[in-house]
Design a protein around this ligand. Structure first.
Ligand code: CU
Length: 112
């Protein structure tokens, strides 16, 4: 009985997870302690990513140079930045004040 039940439960779990991923429209990345958490995410096209500054005093930025961002768009504790990714690809970004000193970088993988 267990051998039959386990795959069925796994399949149900996977379906539930896939449905949740499809229904999920916003993925949150924290900016805290000089790091993006998680630094690497994989999403589907059309997903909105929200970066939340969870530090108490420190500002950060989410700078996608290859997407034509203007530098200097810093956001402060409690503030957010958002971006919707419509095209597939890998999009690296940096926090301008901290990428050199703290390796504060991230990447968004958009997969069909
Ligand atoms: Cu930073």
């Amino acid at each position: 009985m267990r051998r039959i039940m386990l795959p069925a439960l796994l399949a149900t779990g996977l379906l539930a997870a896939a449905h949740a991923a499809t229904a999920e429209e916003v993925v949150v990345v924290a900016a805290e302690k000089y790091a993006f958490v998680p630094a690497e995410i994989t999403i589907r096209p059309g997903t909105r990513v929200r970066w939340e500054n969870r530090d108490r005093r420190q500002y950060h930025s989410v700078y996608f140079k290859q997407l034509g961002d203007q530098p200097g768009d810093y956001f402060f504790p409690g503030e957010t930045r958002e971006r919707v990714f419509d095209k597939a690809g890998s999009f690296p970004y940096i926090c301008e004040p901290h990428w050199k000193t703290h390796g504060m970088t991230g990447v968004v993988h958009v997969v069909e």
